[in-house]
Design a protein around this ligand. Structure first.
Ligand code: GCV
Length: 678
């Protein structure tokens, strides 16, 4: 099999298994010629592990992309040198006198500039820290991988958000909750002695998109992760990841003082409990000096928490925060709580519980809030807690593992979904108070800013099960670095790095990605419908009316009957809209103005309700389901047309999954319409 690249040349395509992710460093095509002139020598100043990583990455990547090795560090520069360094480690960088600009990019940012040293044209990647230099290196390589001009660079970058973490729901027995790409990456039985090569590949992939930490265990936390035995294992990973700027975090079980420590209570106001957490924190920092902190799921879905002892979430978070504070660690306290006694509507509960605690959390606590008020549905309005907590840092939790979005079987690029969320205007302090700005502390000043992703890699060769699911890991990193990036830009760069720089193919794949989430919504849960599933959250089960809790059924949410469908969350209904600021509240409340994509989330409508298209609601639902299934089929055909441009192995593997997607989208359409039709 052959393929034309951007140069028009025909090169044989080797089968790939996807294990190299977006770091394949394939030929950039036409741009290679100018790159060979611009990059002729690599000069990385510094002797740390991180500078070694930078050096190795640059040499391997550039040799792979340009088909020839470049010169190593030499005394002095020649034209075409690429200098990487920090003012601390590089006299060359110091002599450039960029201190003011460097200060502006902070600890993790960087400058990439075309410059002149000793009368030679050079390219400089300068940063205040070596981690910043590593991020700058990956940025520079991304420019090359995607065929961008690199001759006149003047780039200054700093991350918008401080905390950019992978959240793994990995269990200590090697399974992954909502994992669709094989077993856990972490080989607990082999750690700490044996270190799998994938641990480093993982950290490298994270660093390449600016991800700076990982919570490695499930929020449904096994207490044993805090035992000395498991802490030593976690410490071995932390040591490996440190040079990549990836910090270790752990999910903590709130009952650990009882279940691990043998105390009779985990009451956060009990002295002995506070002492236990302090001692545990000291022990952890003895092993992992830069430990990031704890993530806690408390009083949610059976997990223990402070409410068990009549205490609040703030009191619970604070006892852990006090233990971590001397070491500069933090607590991420999840707002994914939905106790039935708080309100009959699950969507309202977290807001009610947390807004009343605003101001009561210690400075090193952030409340971690899912993007929407229910649970990672294909479409939800933004969670009303964004913009509502003026004195408490709120960080966002999004989900790259496609629990409710076709898992690793359907091609669904989530960049568009996350952008819809990040661009949502909370109007918390007037118009323009987007979620992205709330997260970045630009609406209410915030001590901690961040975004985390429940994430998708496992032991599968291609890491994420579906080759395209890699794009969600990638997009998360890019958006956590800069929530203002566009979904299309991210899809385009990922496609170029992962598959090809062939312009037509890039356009086709980017289009598929850009429409894929809306397609999925159309054939599963359009017009604001949500939770029409049961069991493992994959297949349609709108009839699901039996579960241990009412709010785990489908009928609780769609409320379909002979006279209509939808959940009345308006002011005249259960008032959930009032958790949003005006004018968002009025917008959602007014059936005429409520965006139709949220219609049945906020409104209950008769089947013959007239939609903006002129169709009745029932006709519109039918149209959506048919269009969604049709678009899935078109996506399959489009992919088919790329078979000469993508290597046979990856092309075939994606094609197989698209065939499943086409069949399953038709099943969604037929089952849902048959059920509601009745
Ligand atoms: C880790 C959903 C998922 C659960 C998950 C929970 C959470 O309910 O289905 O598997 O548990 O969210 O976010 O805590």
């Amino acid at each position: 099999m052959t393929a034309g690249d951007a140069t028009g040349s025909q090169t044989p395509l080797k089968d790939e298994d996807g294990s190299q992710l977006w770091l394949r460093y394939a030929s950039p095509g036409r741009a290679a010629k100018s790159y060979r002139r611009i990059v002729r020598q690599i000069h990385v100043d510094g002797s740390s592990a991180t500078s070694g990583i930078i050096r190795d990455e640059l040499h391997a990547a550039i040799a792979s992309m340009l088909g020839r090795a470049v010169l190593r560090n030499q005394n002095g520069f020649q034209a075409g040198a690429l200098l990487v360094g920090t003012p601390t480690h590089s006299a060359w960088v110091r002599d450039l006198n960029w201190m003011g600009d460097l200060r502006a990019v902070g600890d993790e940012g960087y400058l990439i500039r075309s410059s002149t040293i000793a009368n030679h044209r050079v390219t400089v990647i300068a940063a205040n820290t070596e981690t910043g230099a590593l991020y700058g290196t990956f940025h520079f390589l991304r420019l090359m991988q995607t065929g961008q001009p690199i001759g006149r660079l003047d780039i200054a970058e700093r991350p918008s958000l401080q905390v950019r973490l992978m959240n793994h729901w990995d269990n200590l027995n090697g399974t992954i909750e909502r994992g669709y790409a094989g077993r856990s990456l972490w080989q607990w039985n082999e750690l700490p002695e044996k270190l799998n090569a994938r641990y480093t590949d993982y950290a490298r992939a994270c660093a390449s998109v600016g991800i700076n930490g990982a919570v490695i265990n499930n929020v449904n936390a096994d207490v044993r992760v805090l035992s000395p035995e498991y802490l030593r294992k976690a410490a071995a990973l932390a040591d490996l990841w440190r040079p990549f700027g990836v910090r270790m975090y752990l999910s903590a079980n709130f009952a650990a003082p009882v279940r691990l420590g043998g105390l009779s209570t985990a009451d956060p106001l009990d002295r002995k409990v506070a002492d236990w957490w302090k001692a545990k924190a000291d022990e952890i920092y003895g092993l992992i000096p830069d430990f990031g902190g704890f993530l806690v799921k408390a009083n949610s879905e059976g997990q223990p928490g402070p409410k068990t002892y009549g205490r609040t979430h703030a009191q619970g978070a604070n006892v852990l925060a006090d233990a971590l504070a001397p070491h500069k660690g933090m607590v991420m306290w999840r707002a994914f709580v939905y106790d039935e006694d708080v309100d009959p509507d699950r969507a309202k509960r977290a807001y009610l519980e947390f807004t009343r605690l605003d101001g009561q959390f210690r400075p090193n606590v952030a409340v971690q809030v899912k993007n929407g008020p229910i649970d990672f549905q294909p479409r939800e309005p933004f969670h009303p807690l964004f913009g509502a907590m003026k004195q408490t840092p709120v960080i966002a939790e999004i989900q790259a593992t496609q629990e409710y979005l076709g898992q690793a079987k359907h091609l669904v690029y989530l960049g568009t979904m996350w952008k819809e969320f990040l661009d949502s205007d909370t109007c918390a302090e007037g118009r323009g108070s987007t979620v992205a700005k709330v997260l970045a502390g630009q609406v209410h000043p915030s001590r901690i800013t961040g975004m985390v992703s429940v994430t998708n890699p496992g032991l599968d060769a291609n890491w994420c099960g579906h080759h395209f699911s890699q794009s969600n890991w990638y997009a998360f990193g890019r958006l956590a670095w800069n929530p203002e990036l566009s979904a299309a830009e991210i899809a385009g760069e990922w496609t170029r790095m992962t598959f090809t720089n062939d312009e037509k193919a890039v356009a086709a794949i980017r289009d598929m990605m850009m429409s894929s989430r809306e397609t999925f919504v159309d054939y599963t849960m359009p017009l604001g419908l949500h939770h029409l599933i049961g069991g493992d959250h994959y297949a349609p089960m709108p009839w699901n009316d039996r579960a241990p809790r009412a709010d785990w059924t489908a009928t609780y949410y769609h409320q379909a009957s002979a006279d209509g469908i939808g959940f009345d969350r308006t002011r005249s209904g259960n008032g959930a809209v009032e958790q949003y600021r005006p004018p968002v509240c009025e917008l959602f409340d007014d059936i005429e103005r409520c965006p139709e994509k949220y219609l049945l989330w906020f409104h209950r409508c008769g089947w013959d309700y007239r939609m903006k298209s002129g169709r009745t609601l029932w006709e519109e639902l039918c149209a959506k389901y048919f269009a969604g299934a049709q678009q899935a089929a078109e996506m399959r055909d489009r992919w088919q047309s790329l078979h000469r441009i993508i290597d046979a192995r990856r092309h075939g593997e994606v094609a197989k999954r698209l065939a499943i997607q086409v069949a399953d989208s038709a099943a969604w359409r037929d089952r849902i319409l048959e059920y509601f039709g009745r």
